[in-house]
Design a protein around this ligand. Sequence first.
Ligand SMILES: [Zn+2]
Length: 285
Amino acid sequence: MTLALPAVPGTAAALDALADLVADGDVLVLSGAGLSTDSGIPDYRGATGALRRHTPMTYQTFTRDPRGRHRYWARSFVGWRQMRAARPNDGHRAVAALQDAGLLAGLITQNVDGLHQAGGARDVVELHGGLDRTVCLGCGDYADRAALDERLRAANPHFGPHVDEINPDGDAELPDEVLDGFVMVGCLACGAGPLKPDVVFFGETVPRDRVDHCFSLVEDAGSLLVLGSSLTVMSGYRFVLRAAKLGVPVAIVTVGPTRGDAKADVRVDAPLGDVLPALAARFAG
Ligand SMILES: [Zn+2]
């Protein structure tokens, strides 16, 4: 059976190959920002792989530059409204449906938006952490981001500039003079430490035990299915390299070229919002 999709040369055969791979089960999904763009969360990189206007916060700036950190939190405070309002899309729901059908061995996401979980997926490994919690750089205490937001709103009753656009890390673009008027709060556990969203910034290392867990998932998988990632950062690309080395088949579904294309056994260059629902429908009980 051929999946019903708009006719793109070469796509139908690739979709059949993808469906065959998924039918074998034990699929390990590795998802990236491209899966959440339909939910209104922009990708850092467009289809061409070119960096967009926004320069992402780096770990070095965040930890060493109090002013940079302050401005990050001011932007994040504004962006949080929109990030929290984002809803899972058909792609997220299709992944959850594949999991419900017993076809997935695991689900790793590079996204920090929590939309897989909101879409019904379970046991999601958040490779780069999640925006729904914070960690104290002083004492290591983890706390709920929603609770922090309540404290920030109390401390900033009049800080609410309107923005139309947020970045993938959940922050917004604002002029420096506006950012400097923001009041940040500290860790409640130790009373002093600066807070960081529990996400892995550019220039930061993913915790070793998390990486090892992902490698073990790759080793046990029947196939690796990459969704919506250009695999530009080694953080995710290394799992494709490991899979290829082990002979675990790799499928990549995303629009535009990826760094992993030479390693892919199946390559579908089509929108996830078309491919994933059609794929899930094929396996619906
Ligand atoms: Zn603390």
